[in-house]
Design a protein around this ligand. Structure first.
Ligand code: WT7
Length: 666
């Protein structure tokens, strides 16, 4: 690509839009919605099926099943296919450890490791449909373990290695996992974190785990190993057969469960299918980033999140790409660590998050300038809205003004990109801060409270009006909650006046607007979910973590705008009688949250108060709290739903302000 169309203002000229949009992309998009059967049966041919599907999809709202009757295997599509297509000796993963170690794994080597580990799991009695929890840092054993599960039809449930023992235990218990795969420790900012010790704490709260497989990552002496339960990875792969035939899986068999925060305290087990998910990930990566055979792909996301599942593990491997996997902090030992890696390997496609970009912006462009970044051809962003300043910095300083920025809007639940520029189809003029248009197969709309489309520039709720192959199948063993959370906010047929009449409407939980040219602008969460450094954390989850501390009677948590993290966590806490609001207690509560959820959830501020503004029905008025924290107007307090007691709210606000003032005086 020689020229990247980027509009100079945030609103591209109508001229430009006529020039670029309305042609190929729009045509393909329209076709995909008019005749999904024809469209998807063609796209699905790009991955390998042991047996073709009988039916493209069945839509029994809100449950969709894709490529029914189709038989395939995910690890076969990620690895075996390349051995036969001449990519056997191509590097699949260039791995870099924070401590300076590095390693390259070819497709053949990765395939062998996966086969061996799959046989090791089989030997331990793992069967198709069993759940395996994986709690590992960003080391090759992580994708190897996932692909080995996929190879034998076990369902993997990866838990981010930054999560706490309690968070890990909750996820193991909900999935009823039989095996846990973890490591002795991990490196973070030069220090060793003893991961196995945390895993053991979690295991004390679980009953289903039969065996624990431990990778020796840091060589910690005295790693606790329980006789009969705990095994070293290097021992279990010792005497196994080198080949494991891939299990023939139904397209609708679950490939994995990945937990994500919602608006209640309990994490949701998002279940993804095998066939629909793989087709979706294959296609979206192709459309959005236009992968090339000699690309060096680098998605900086941890595999513990959906971005890593789809665009570190399954997507790039299915495309036979060479990629970078880095296990460490982005600024360790110095702020140019990432730029150094880009130079070292000649990275061509770099996909990261706005929070990381803003952090690097703060360090200053001199760190990037020290390195040759001219290999880059395309950039990507994900996790939260990218503010125009960060967009421009990324475009100019990192991309050298050459590389389009693929701002991909999607969610754990969607499996892959939904709204994003499509460099692999037709690149529209970009606007800093807009994810542009829905990809083929995505029928996105912005609607008001009643489900009616809003006018240009008006904020509304982002909804999806038709099923797509990558959509979650359900929530693990909780179909009722699945219906409730995603499909109940907007009643179909009642208000919607679209050309199509959708039998069910998927609610994303996001605010969005469209501009006068139809570009989508994502505007953050509309529900009680906050985004801290791109990580999704439910306020309810935080609040229940607070009240699990013996000194806390009640807590209300909100997100406060933060220049680097996007949002930071602010908590208002009512103490039980007999407890004093001291600085020690504040620190103790911070530690308590880190221990119950993990370091990502560390609150930035905790205010002790004696009451909270509530509606008559007892709901905490977060809008009021937010206004107080950001010093904003409380103007619309009377319009709050549920006939809020305005006077009481005002009183509470006064108190909150006082409490905050006192806290800042100190
Ligand atoms: C939520 C999903 C999808 C992988 C990473 C996060 C926000 C995500 C964007 C974007 C604006 C975005 C939304 C969404 N989000 N990407 N490009 N622009 N907002 O996955 O933890 O499931 O979070 O992240 O609010 O609903 P997740």
């Amino acid at each position: 690509m020689s020229e990247t169309p980027v509009s100079s203002s945030s609103v591209a000229s109508a001229e430009a839009s006529k020039r670029y949009y309305g042609h190929k992309l729009k045509e393909i998009w329209s076709k995909s919605l008019e005749n999904p059967e024809a469209f998807w049966s063609e796209v699905a041919e790009n991955i390998v099926w042991f047996k073709k599907w009988d039916k493209v999809y069945e839509w029994d709202p809100p449950f969709a099943r894709w490529f029914i009757g189709g038989i395939l295997n995910a690890s076969y599509n990620a690895l075996d296919v390349h051995l036969k297509r001449g990519l056997k000796n191509k590097v699949a993963i260039f791995w870099e450890g924070e401590e300076g170690a590095s390693k390259a794994l070819t497709y053949y080597q990765l395939w062998r490791e996966v086969n061996k580990f799959a046989n090791a799991l089989k030997k331990l009695g793992v069967k198709k449909g069993d759940r395996i929890s994986i709690y590992l840092p960003m080391i090759p054993e992580l994708p190897i373990a996932m692909l080995a599960c996929a190879r034998i039809g076990a369902i993997h449930s990866v838990v981010f290695s930054g999560f706490s023992a309690t968070a890990l235990a909750d996820r193991i218990n909900d999935a009823e996992a039989k095996i846990l795969i973890t490591a002795d420790g991990l490196y973070r900012r030069g220090k060793i974190v003893p991961l196995k010790t945390t895993a053991d704490e979690a295991l004390a709260m679980t009953k289903t785990i039969e065996k624990v497989i431990v990778v020796r990552r840091v060589g910690l002496e005295n790693t606790p190993m329980k006789e009969g339960r705990d095994l070293w990875w290097h021992d279990v792969v010792k005497d196994v057969e080198p080949y494991c035939p891939p299990e023939p899986m139904e397209s609708t068999d679950p490939l994995f469960i990945l937990y994500t925060s919602g608006t209640t305290g309990k994490p949701k087990g998002v279940v993804h299918s095998t066939g629909g998910y793989l087709v979706w990930v294959w296609a979206t990566l192709k459309w959005a980033f236009d992968p090339q055979p000699d690309d060096i792909w680098w998605c900086t996301a941890d595999i513990g999140w959906i971005t890593g599942h789809s665009y570190v593990v399954y997507g790039p491997l299915m495309h036979g790409l060479t990629q970078i996997m880095y296990d460490g902090a982005p600024d360790y030992p110095a702020p140019d660590r990432w730029w150094e890696i880009i130079e070292k390997y000649g990275v061509t496609a770099f996909y990261t998050a706005p929070t990381a970009i803003r952090m690097h912006m703060k360090f200053g462009e001199e760190w990037a300038k020290k390195h040759d970044l001219s290999s880059l051809r395309i950039l990507g962003s994900v996790g939260e809205p990218i503010n125009p300043e960060a967009w421009r910095w990324f475009y100019e300083v990192i991309g050298g003004g050459r590389c389009p920025i693929i701002d991909t809007w999607w969610q754990t639940e969607t499996g892959g990109f939904m709204i994003s520029p499509a460099a692999g189809i037709e690149l529209v003029p970009l606007k800093a801060g807009s994810a542009t248009f829905p990809l083929p197969g995505v029928h996105a709309e912005v609607v008001d409270e009643d489900g009616r489309p809003v006018k240009p520039f008006e904020r509304g709720y982002l909804v999806i009006l038709a099923p797509w192959p990558g959509m979650l199948m359900t929530l693990w063993r909780d179909p009722e909650r699945y219906k409730e959370v995603y499909w109940s906010k907007f009643q179909p047929n009642k208000y919607l006046q679209f050309k199509i009449t959708p039998p069910a409407i998927y609610y994303t939980g996001d605010y969005a607007m469209k501009d006068d040219e139809g570009y989508f602008w994502l505007m953050g969460r509309a529900d009680d979910v906050i985004k801290v450094a791109g990580h999704r954390i439910g306020t309810a989850e935080l609040e229940s973590a607070f009240v699990s501390h013996p000194a806390v009677a009640e807590a209300a948590v909100i997100g406060k705008p933060d220049p680097v993290k996007g949002e930071s966590i602010v908590a208002f806490v009512i103490l039980k009688s007999g407890h004093q609001p001291t600085d020690e207690l504040r620190d103790e509560l911070k530690m308590h949250i880190r221990k119950t959820i993990g370091p990502v959830a560390t609150p930035d501020a905790i205010f002790f108060v004696s009451s909270l503004p509530k509606t008559r029905s007892g709901k905490i008025m977060r809008r009021v709290l937010k206004a107080v924290v950001s010093g904003g107007q409380l103007g619309d307090i009377t319009t709050l739903e549920d006939a809020a007691s305005v006077e009481e709210a005002k009183k509470a606000v006064e108190m909150l302000r006082k409490a905050m003032e006192e806290a800042t005086k100190k």
